[in-house]
Design a protein around this ligand. Structure first.
Ligand SMILES: *Cc1c(COP(=O)(O)O)cnc(C)c1O
Ligand SMILES: [Zn+2]
Length: 500
């Protein structure tokens, strides 16, 4: 819709101008820092940072109802920078000029309702939010759009050149970081650090295709993370892991979209998301809290964080009910089909601890829960979901397995509706699907496919056929006729088709 066709009271707010303030605050010592420097940890104490914003000018006085109208009308505005995460410009990073915003088609992902079959199996109604439909096929693009837009803005402002972006990855951060960096070839070169053999073939091909330097190392993600932390302390690199708080800001758009897509009614919603490095769950909590504080939503949804039994340090931390006796212990990970979340020492744990406390306090009751699921439960859930029309990856399966577990444990009950984060596209993790469908899982995963789900290609080879098409030698006439009829008959037999 054209700008002059919008109602007058919202029109002046639809195309925002930079205003207000965004600043870092350390979760360790509370010190605050200006965003003119690229910071990844607190210069005073080494603690983890979060970004906070203060609205500026007229926007400070906007009430919840008007914000809802602004976002709803902005959805109809044909302006590229405001189509993705920056539809919620004022709540993401209101200091980035629109001309610095990078939009590669991320965000506004579909929320797809589970059919009756799946609802019956699971026990409650639910939706998948398909984060696998982002440009690099995972939710990481939300955070990357924000981090790279900010970098683009800061570089212009400061005359910075020849930057090198770097990240450690379980496969999706590198795909996303390399993609967004590739969009700014005159400013950036990108390098990604991967644990050798611990990302899928598809994930490996993504940063290679985007032209990044792909560096494979021995060890696991946690080891790669240590190396990039060392690099970002000692060398001039731009860190793109979620330790970079700009990533968190962008990923908050997930919560904003869920709120908006349900007309800001989220009291009966249960947000379910897998946890790896815990950046995503941090952003989800922070996003809903921001909308609650601005009165855009009137209640906070329930949130369930899910981990695999093979990498569940956050779940273990919250097993202790008494907050004063909780102690965070990293775990040694074991092979997991939720490979992008196979992290034993999540970087964002201080953010999680801080936000869970604040969230429950703001809600006036416990609203955040953690569950742990088996590898078997994850795979079964993913396969069942996709056999009912979804495109969930193993982590989407993990969300569904976590939702089922939460129902069984009585954490969720009738009247509540699940919103399950399908964090990446199934094709990124099709190797795990293949192992399941063909019953070829290595023993360390402890996954045994259900017999009824086994599915492998069926060779159609009618007997007595002398001629088949070969490269450069197609069949003609009688031979082609014979070939066609014999194959059709064989397929009809295989599928048990009835004659017309
Ligand atoms: C990164 C990732 C996760 C885990 O998210 P964190 O922010 O690291 O907790 C889950 N699923 C997929 C597909 C991912 O790429
Ligand atoms: Zn500090």
């Amino acid at each position: 819709m054209k700008l002059n066709e919008f109602p007058e009271d919202v029109r002046k707010y639809l195309v925002p101008e930079p205003s207000g303030n965004v600043f870092y605050r350390c979760l360790g010592c509370g010190d605050e820092f200006n965003i003119e420097r690229l910071l990844y940890t607190c210069p005073s104490c080494g603690g983890i940072l979060m970004l906070y914003h203060q609205l500026g000018g007229e926007t400070q006085a906007i009430e919840g109802g008007l914000w809802r109208r602004i976002f709803d009308y902005r959805r109809m505005l044909n302006l590229n920078p405001l189509k993705g995460i920056f539809r919620y410009y004022e709540f993401i990073a209101p200091i980035i000029p629109l001309e610095s915003i990078i939009y590669l088609g991320e965000a506004h992902t579909p929320i797809v309702v589970a059919n009756q079959n799946l609802e019956k199996l699971v026990g409650l109604p639910f939706y998948f939010k398909n984060e696998g439909l982002n440009p690099s096929l995972s939710f990481k693009d939300r955070g990357m759009a924000c981090a790279l837009s900010f970098l683009n803005y800061l570089a212009k402002k400061k005359g910075m050149k020849n930057l090198v972006t770097i990240c450690a990855s379980t496969g999706d951060t590198s795909a996303s970081g390399a993609l967004y960096s590739a969009y700014l070839p005159n400013l950036l070169k990108s390098a990604v650090l991967l644990p050798k053999g611990k990302v899928t073939v598809q994930q490996l091909s993504q940063p290679l295709g985007s032209g990044a330097a792909v560096l494979e190392m021995p060890g696991f993600f946690d080891d790669c993370m240590k190396v990039v932390e060392e690099l970002s302390e000692k060398y001039q690199v731009s860190l793109l892991n979620s330790k970079n708080s700009w990533r968190i800001l962008g990923q908050e758009s997930y919560s904003f979209e869920v709120a908006q897509d349900f007309d800001y009614q989220v009291a009966d919603k249960v947000i379910v998301a897998p946890i790896g490095n815990a950046g995503n769950i941090t952003a989800i909590m922070s996003g809903f809290l921001k909308f609650r504080k601005a009165n855009i939503i009137s209640e906070l949804p329930k949130i369930i964080g899910v981990q695999s039994d093979h990498a569940n340090p956050v779940y273990r931390y919250y097993l202790e009910d008494d907050p004063s006796r909780r102690k965070f212990e990293p775990v040694t990970v074991r092979p997991s089909v939720a490979q992008a979340a196979m992290i034993g020492n999540p970087v964002s744990i201080p953010r999680v601890i801080d936000l869970v406390r604040e969230y429950d306090q703001a809600a006036g009751q416990k609203r955040i829960f953690f569950v742990s699921v088996t590898e078997q439960e994850i795979m079964d859930a993913m396969i069942v979901a996709n056999k009912n029309g979804h495109i969930a990856c193993t982590h989407g399966g993990e969300s569904m397995a976590g939702f089922i577990k939460a129902i069984n444990r009585g954490l969720v009950s009738k009247g509540e509706i699940g919103i399950l984060d399908a964090t990446a596209h199934v094709l990124k993790f099709s190797s795990f699907q293949q192992m399941y469908l063909a019953d070829r899982f290595p023993p360390e995963f402890q996954v045994k496919p259900r017999k009824e789900f086994k599915n492998t290609p069926i060779a159609i080879a009618p007997k007595g056929l002398r001629k088949v098409p070969q490269a450069g030698k197609p069949l003609h006439g009688k031979d082609l006729d014979h070939f066609t009829k014999a194959h059709a008959a064989e397929i009809a037999r295989t599928l048990n088709l009835k004659k017309r």
